[in-house]
Design a binder for this molecule. Structure first.
Ligand code: SF4
Length: 238
């Protein structure tokens, strides 16, 4: 089995618990206006893939084993790694055979039966909730958030939700109402799940996102306080 890997960062301190190797899968089922890696969105067949690496689960696992003296585990990211499901599942199973800690960075747009199967093996998931209002979500990503919200529930029930993230925007979506609703949802279900608020920045964003506004620092702080007041124990701002 082979898959298209856009990039591997052997050592990162910002994508999950501890220092980790990050694997960026090629292909995403969203088209977020603020995507910082728009080159990871198109899907390719392995035969046509020229921009990154064609790899097997064994190759990824070997690379992770080489890095293990320096890292705590591996984060599988994208693009959207669950969109290449069979390849992702095979990779996770192999990494876990080697007792490597595995986190999955996901937009949550995945069939729930597949997510449940994946969550039996992966140690945890970092889930983006980009907007609570379905219309705003479609406007921002091109698709509805129904599956994303179902994924939130599924991962919570399975005890596999490591972190929830929202990118805060200065316009287009009402970030205040999204953060309010998401933080209430986290607090009601498990207040210990960390919530990360990421300030939108223009770096790397494609032409489609040029009209998006960077939110004021004061809004980020206000939303952090809102989430804390709503009962989330740990709110991280970036
Ligand atoms: S889900 Fe992530 S990779 Fe996919 S388009 Fe959105 S920001 Fe980009």
């Amino acid at each position: 089995m082979k898959g298209c890997i856009n990039n591997i960062i052997p050592f990162s301190a910002v994508d999950g618990v501890g220092n980790r190797m990050i694997v960026f899968f090629q292909g995403c089922n969203f088209k977020c206006l603020y995507c910082h890696n728009p080159e990871t969105i198109p899907f390719y067949s392995v035969a046509d893939y020229k921009d990154g690496m064609v790899m097997t689960p064994e190759m990824i696992t070997e690379k992770a084993k080489e890095q293990m003296p320096f890292i705590r585990g591996v984060t599988l990211s994208g693009g959207e790694c669950t969109a290449n499901y069979d390849f992702l599942l095979a990779t996770v199973k192999l990494l876990k055979q080697e007792k490597i800690h595995v986190l999955i960075d996901t937009n949550g747009f995945v069939e729930q039966s597949k997510l449940i199967e994946l969550a039996k093996y992966a140690d945890g998931f970092m889930l983006d909730i980009k907007a609570m209002d379905s219309g705003e979500h479609i406007c921002l990503t091109g698709v509805s958030n129904d599956l994303v919200l179902a994924s939130f529930e599924t991962l919570l029930k399975m005890g596999k939700l490591t972190e929830v993230r929202t990118v805060v925007l200065g316009n287009l979506i009402d970030s205040r109402s999204t953060v309010d609703a998401v933080s209430k949802m986290i607090a009601a279900a498990n207040p210990e799940v960390p919530y990360k608020l990421i300030r939108f920045r223009r770096h790397g964003v494609s032409e489609a996102g040029k009209d998006l506004e960077i939110p004021a620092e004061s809004l980020i702080e206000e939303l952090k306080q809102l989430a804390l007041r709503n009962g989330v124990v740990t709110v991280i701002t970036l």
